[in-house]
Design a protein around this ligand. Structure first.
Ligand code: ZN
Length: 435
């Protein structure tokens, strides 16, 4: 039997009682090199073991097979193998589904999406649990029964189980270290030296420093692009902050003796800090400020939490509409459906429309007038249901708890700042700002 025919049978089994893709044993025996001591036991169909001739397994009828093109020195399958999606994925697909995809993504879709859900389509490569949840899974989308565009509590619980199952294989599939992740991009260092020469008289200017740092980051990104860790282990702050400082350039630090100016430390940490008193003082000041502020800034989140708790204590959501005419301008973003669902918008004819998944998708990108508790006129310690939206209404007596999201955001942003910030420039339209 060849691998395509084998996988078609394995993934084609949509009965969750017998599907072998829900067995750890199957994933481990096909995606890694295993030596099983008690080989010869083929108790579950399609879960086999490696022999000198190749991977040996039994089918549903108990017939033994050897899988073609398999060898004891290689895993039977790899996540990079390419297959036609429709051939292996007998579930919901849509116009965004690619014709061909990596086996790893097909497997992830089968486990995390097709196993628990029936109404969420195939996700092309590059998706994350965060993007999936923001678009398809939120408390506002939960329904008791299976209904198009909505998910049931049962499905949600299955989803949690599926995610837990998938994380068991991180040691098999996630590459955390490669030669490129522990070395500097030669091109980035070259570009840095050229720019430092070009701007040698303006290195105390933050916009110049931002320009150099940006060029270094871009060259480093180019260097890492074909690396298997790129966008996974190497991404976000590791790529933009840690790698830049470790291998590109230490970058700009505040000049305390000359406010508004930067001290540019050209060398990276790998090259070592230069024995220049001015640069060393700036680097030490930066480290000291980071360390102190991390402790001191934490209180901002705490203060916000305390204020919110006191202000909102006893607040409730009450049924109906307070009738306020005020709203906020908001740009609808379908990738943020989880937040928007169940909120109310006011259209130009003064119609009140409660946002559903379909309406959000239809109005994606539009700027609308969104009702918010900010302008609610409801009497006493209450918000009306229309201003609060479905999500808050479902937590009618737990508003103080829900408000902790805001204090968390303040706490996280001050803690994040201590991990290092990216210095960059943006174009600003003053008219846009004044509006
Ligand atoms: Zn209201």
């Amino acid at each position: 039997m060849n691998k395509l025919a084998y996988l078609k049978r394995v993934f084609g089994n949509t009965n969750h009682e017998t599907a072998v893709w829900l067995y750890r044993k199957w994933v481990l025996s096909t995606f890694s090199i295993l030596t099983i001591k008690d080989s010869g036991k083929l108790d579950i169909p399609y879960i086999g073991y490696m022999t000198k001739e190749g991977y040996k397994f039994k089918d549903d009828d108990g017939n033994e097979h050897i899988l073609e093109d398999t060898s004891p020195s290689l895993p039977v399958l790899t996540v990079q193998d390419r297959y036609t999606v429709k051939e292996l994925y007998p579930y919901l697909t849509d116009k965004d589904t690619p014709k061909e995809d990596n086996l790893g993504n097909i497997l992830a879709n089968i486990i995390v999406i097709a196993y628990p859900f029936t109404t969420i389509p195939y996700q092309p490569r590059g998706w994350s649990l965060r993007s999936l949840e923001a678009k398809h899974i939120s408390i506002g989308m939960l329904k008791d029964k299976d209904e198009a565009g909505y998910i049931s509590v049962q499905q949600y619980l299955k989803y949690v189980e599926a995610v837990k199952y998938l994380t068991e294989f991180s040691h098999l599939f996630v590459i955390s270290s490669t030669p490129k992740t522990i070395t500097a991009s030669p091109e980035a260092v070259k570009i840095r030296k050229q720019l430092v020469k070009k701007y040698k008289d303006k290195l105390d200017d933050y916009t110049v420093v931002a320009k150099i740092e940006d060029a270094v980051r871009k060259a480093d990104e180019e260097y890492l692009k074909d690396d298997p860790t790129y966008g996974k282990f190497i991404g976000g702050k590791i790529k933009n902050i840690a790698r830049k400082r470790m291998f590109g350039t230490y970058g700009g630090e505040e000049d305390y003796s000359n406010p508004g100016h930067a001290v540019f430390i050209e060398e990276s940490l790998e090259e070592g800090l230069p024995p220049d008193p001015e640069k060393l003082v700036a680097a030490f000041n930066g480290v000291r400020m980071g360390s102190f502020s991390r402790g001191a800034e934490t209180q901002k989140g705490g203060k916000a939490a305390k204020e919110l708790l006191r202000v909102l204590n006893g607040f409730k959501v009450v049924p109906g509409d307070c009738g306020t005419k005020r709203s906020v301008k908001y740009k609808i973003d379908a990738s943020n459906t989880a937040f928007l669902i169940g909120l109310t918008i006011i259209d130009k004819n003064n119609n009140h429309i409660k946002l559903t998944k379909e309406i959000i998708e239809k109005r994606d990108g539009q700027i609308v007038n969104l009702r918010t508790p900010l302008y609610c006129l409801s009497k006493g310690s209450t918000f009306c249901e229309t201003c609060a939206g479905t999500r808050l209404t479902m937590k009618e007596n737990e508003l103080t708890l829900a408000s902790m999201d805001a204090s968390h955001a303040i706490l996280t942003s001050s803690l994040k700042a201590m991990h290092g910030t990216v210095l960059s420039t943006v174009d600003v339209d003053p008219f846009e700002l004044a509006r």
